[in-house]
Design a protein around this ligand. Structure first.
Ligand code: FES
Ligand code: FES
Length: 156
């Protein structure tokens, strides 16, 4: 087996080609090769959710996916959500739902998945959906408030 493989990935609408180490995970490729440092690395074991990003329409753990597995895929990171996440970004700020911000890119990705999936303003369901994203600062209350605000705003 060779140590590197050339991949072509469309990230936030732009196609990038690069030779990557076959054992490199997707989030390290995005951060170190493409300079997209919004996706954070916490546990590197799929537990904390800091690396959550979108691949071909599904939210995935960037630390559990190899860069070579993303060959030909369409990847969206926090830098590329644009208007899709505008309401959530504003609500997180209004509700003081971020402090250090380390969890925020992954938290927004998972919240976006919940909102776009038609989830209701159900605090237990939101907590369940976000349970794979760890926040050490906020206690989650304000994050759930922000998600509820967006859902209630969209439904009113
Ligand atoms: S860094 Fe990927 S889940 Fe923690
Ligand atoms: S805002 Fe600091 S970890 Fe969530």
């Amino acid at each position: 087996m060779t140590d590197t493989q050339t991949i072509s990935v469309t990230v936030n609408g732009e196609t990038a080609s690069a030779a990557v180490p076959v054992r490199q995970n997707l989030v390290d490729f995005l951060r170190n090769t493409l300079g997209l440092t919004g996706s954070h690395v916490g546990c590197e074991h799929g537990v904390c959710g800091a690396c959550t990003l979108e691949v071909d329409g599904a939210m995935v753990r960037g630390c559990l996916m190899l860069a070579v597995q993303a060959d030909g895929a369409k990847v969206t990171t926090i830098e590329g959500y644009g208007d899709r996440a505008a309401a959530l970004r504003a609500a997180f700020i209004d509700r003081n739902a971020l402090q250090c911000g380390y969890c925020t890119p992954g938290m927004l990705a998972s919240a976006l998945e919940y909102v776009e999936g038609g989830g209701g303003a159900d605090r237990a369901a939101i907590r369940e959906h976000l349970s794979g994203n760890y926040c050490r600062c906020t206690g989650y209350q304000s994050i759930v408030d922000a998600v509820c605000d967006v859902i209630e705003g969209e439904s009113s």
